[in-house]
Ligand binder design. Structure first.
Ligand SMILES: [Cu+2]
Length: 424
């Protein structure tokens, strides 16, 4: 993985009297930080974890957003190098829904470019001694190798106590670094696939803001309070905006709606808070996510108090676009009939053209030194393997006949395979 390093503070606005106790003057600063450089080879995806700089004095994060920038500080758009997703975490602090990791996820964004902003008077508490880490996944849509930095802009309040908020991370398979799953896409036109995750609220409070993250094929993310039998907020995807070319995966939403509310959505201790991710199921969508991060201000709440009006940053939501991703590299080599598996090496599949009978259990044996996967691009049923290195294996049973076009989602322009599944 990436070298772990402390990185330079790029710009700090003037702050007066920071860190001198209650008498200190209140100040709000805009802090701009950069991660270390990340170099991405042509058409490849890359993941990075790194320790990053954070505010040097005690205070509160009241807003945060992130971008990719080039060496001159210019923003790099999604159509060039895509910020698939980036997750910020406070190291050593327990996460709300995944306390075992000792890594408190407090902000995330992706292709939809969510910017978190808390209502006045609230902040995410941070100490100058805290350490931040980031997990980023980037994808290069350009034919050349490019080096980029994750730039993050933090609005930071010091010198006055704010009401603290706690970030609540909800996703469809919590506590995994890569919280993905596959939508099989075996339903009729108009059919959907829903997954859900539940959190029994350990305390009462008010949700002040939340943003969502979905992938291609996403219809909506629904946050509900099952105890009160009501929907609290629905995050909807927008699909307008330039499509990054060449297509290296199914394009994700260009925006997900978010809300902000100074009064906050009341949730009581013991309430069953549920996040439901709804995807189109009329065609496969592989490696999808359903994530919401909501910010809770703990306070006394009676059961099922009325939900106040929300300020919603809606975007222009609509149904997911139907875009078929082609294989960028034509699978080559001899047609291998009725084999039961193949190997996956660095940047190639052993057998790239395969024909098997329905019912065949096919096994990929990984031999590469860098992680690869097997991901359905188009075909009768969506499936994918985890990122795997040498010694790992993955099996899939082909129950439906048809043409399965596959690639490695990390190296989609280099590693392709097609499996023809015959009725007999
Ligand atoms: Cu690969």
């Amino acid at each position: 993985m990436a070298p772990i390093r402390r990185l330079a503070l790029v710009a700090v606005a003037a702050a007066v009297g920071v860190g001198f106790g209650p008498a200190a003057e209140a100040a709000v600063q805009t802090l701009v930080f950069k991660s270390g450089p990340v170099t991405v080879t042509p058409y490849d995806a890359i993941t990075r974890t790194a320790l990053i700089d954070s505010p040097a004095v005690d205070g509160y994060v009241t807003g945060i957003k992130a971008d990719l920038v080039d060496g001159s500080g210019k923003v790099v758009p999604n159509t060039q190098v895509m910020l698939h997703h980036v997750v910020f975490a406070k190291i050593g602090a327990p996460d709300y829904t995944c306390p075992g990791t000792r890594s408190q996820r407090f902000f995330a964004e992706g292709e939809e470019h969510y910017a978190m902003s808390l209502p006045t008077g609230y902040g995410y508490p941070n100490k100058g001694s805290n350490h931040w880490g980031l997990l980023a996944m980037l994808m290069n849509h350009l034919p050349g190798t490019h080096t980029v930095w994750v730039r993050y802009t933090v609005t930071y309040a010091t010198g006055e106590p704010l009401s603290p908020v706690k970030p609540i991370w909800l996703d469809m398979n919590n506590c995994k670094a890569d919280p993905i799953y596959d939508v099989p896409g075996t339903g009729a036109a108009g059919s959907t696939s829903a997954r859900k995750v539940d959190l029994t609220m350990p305390e009462s409070g008010r949700l002040l803001t939340a943003g969502g993250h979905m992938h291609g094929g996403g219809i909506k993310l629904v946050l509900s309070d099952q105890t009160c039998g009501r929907t609290l907020f629905t995050s909807q995807p927008s699909w307008n905006g330039p499509i990054p070319l060449p297509l290296l995966h199914e394009p994700g939403p260009t925006k997900m709606s978010s809300f902000q509310s100074p009064l906050g959505i009341p949730v009581a201790a013991g309430d069953d808070l549920r996040l439901t991710a709804v995807y189109d199921n009329s065609r496969p969508h592989t490696r999808v996510m359903g994530i919401m991060i909501a910010y809770l201000a703990p306070t006394l709440v009676a059961g099922c108090e009325p939900v106040p009006g929300l300020t919603i940053d809606l975007g222009t939501p609509g149904p997911p676009t139907n875009i078929a991703v082609p294989l960028l590299q034509k699978p080559s080599g001899p047609l291998r009939k009725n084999i039961k598996g193949t190997w996956v090496g660095d940047y190639t599949y052993g057998a790239q053209r395969v024909s098997v009978k329905r019912g065949t259990r096919f096994t990929w044996r990984f031999t590469g030194t860098v992680p690869h996967d097997v991901t359905l691009v188009t075909g009768p049923v969506g499936f994918s393997s985890p990122w795997t290195t040498s010694g790992g294996r993955f099996s899939h049973t082909f129950t439906r006949p048809g043409t399965y076009k596959l690639f490695c989602s990390l190296h989609p322009a280099r590693m392709t395979e097609v499996i023809q599944v015959r009725k007999k």
